[in-house]
Design a protein around this ligand. Sequence first.
Ligand SMILES: [Zn+2]
Length: 561
Amino acid sequence: MYDLLIKGGRVCDGSGLPSYLGDVAVQNGRIAEVGRVDGGAERVIDAGGLAVSPGFIDFHTHLDAQLLWDPIATSSCWHGITTVIPGNCGLTLAPCRPQDRESTLGSFVRVEAMPLQVLKSAVNWEWETFPEYLNRLDGKLGVNVAALVGHCALRQYVMGDAACEREATDDEIERMKNILKESMRAGAIGFSTNQNPVHMRSDGRPIPSRLAAKREILELAGVLGDLSRGSVQISVGTPGIAVPAEEAVAWFNRIAARAGRPVVWQSIAHRWDQPSLYRQLLDLAEKGQAEGVPSYPLCNARLFNNRFNLKNAQVFDDLPTWKETLFKPLDARIERFRDPELRMKLRSEAVENNFRSRFSRRWDLVYMIKAASAKNKPLERKSVAEIAALQGKEVIDAFLDLSLEEGLETMFQTSSTNGDESAVAEILRSPHTLVGQSDAGAHLIYDAGYGYATRFLGHWIRERNVMGLEEGVRKLTSMVASIFGLHDRGLIRPGMAADLVLFDPDTVGDSEPEMVSDLPGGEKRLVQKAKGIQMTLVNGEVLTEAGKHSGALPGRVLGKR
Ligand SMILES: [Zn+2]
């Protein structure tokens, strides 16, 4: 008698092999049998018409705090995610001494844009060490958690506020190494570090990991090498922008070679201001991997949307006349937008010119998303290029006339990153990239990236056909599990943990984010629902069914011994 029997689904087992019609039996939290399975079960689930795949593993989250009040990790769990990895970008809530709590939260507030009052009220500091933090989570989780140790927390713990001021001494490095080792032994799955030059705490000081010398990072990565366990996650800002591309990738590869452990680096995306950078980075990633270095770039299946109107727009800041105009008071701004001579200048910069700019000059990719007047509602969701064609106008006139007519309140949307679909398809299709950069739990009111997996399966695989479903599932499951050392996850095989997702390949997709007020204290955040995700199972128990939480809390801290 099995606990659960999933009958007649299309099994995409996570390996990338062709899928097959079959059954999956679950017993004691693990996969018991796969293939044609007869025999009784407590519950039989008809998976006819659905794909059955390993649960997706979201490896780039900032859910460290949210998991304390939201054990099922919404919105991630609605998108087929069964395991989340918090502790990215050098930031964790442990280890942390009582006197450092404020500055630790300050990094999350500033770098990850979480409201301070929410963190202060909901983080109750029942821990000091990393093992204590893991104990606080374990037994109270809906999804599985596999946690990285953040370099900022390690530094602050050992060096106090000097962590934001200077390099560490040999003795301090030694102490950090010991704490990292202890955390790894207690169940951490790796270490994260962050030298992004724009990342600051809310007190205006650099986050501690920015002050680390290369030697310190190599020594800490070496701890993972000594243990033969764990992965390193690193960000130095955009390679090719913050640091020359070759230098950045050579550094990531050096860490990976020195420690003999996987390094996951941030990131490859298409940018309008450096349109061939992504290809250079893909080549560099391929070269490193060909040399035998376990160094993997991450990338994202979604574009980074800018929503703006001409009252608050920043997307034109690289264009001098636009910038000058958009910094004028409202009346003067309106006057300038009306002025035919100035319009010629604006047109030349935003339509014709060729100098580098984060703005794409692709007016077919600038969408009007919200009209401020009922009259213009029918134009919503059309691109400015389409609107111009409908009205028989030049794009610049269509854009400015519409905004002027609505007091500059018309909302538009465009993308400075990943806006070129053919480039993004090339990045996603590359065998060298990891897909997923959800930043779940961060940037709560600006952007919602929870749905990278459903977007990948729906938009990129079904609609754009960038790869087969099986290969896509492999990228979301066993590839991630392998790199992060989650060796009993990511595949549907007897003996593996029964983390599963049942979805409809014909409808799976991500929904538009919506603003809700469900944070502690009623604060606002964006949530994102999914389409076509029928069920998720975590450790053999149903976690969500048709988008609803079952009430069960079957998740665990992975790696704990
Ligand atoms: Zn991050």
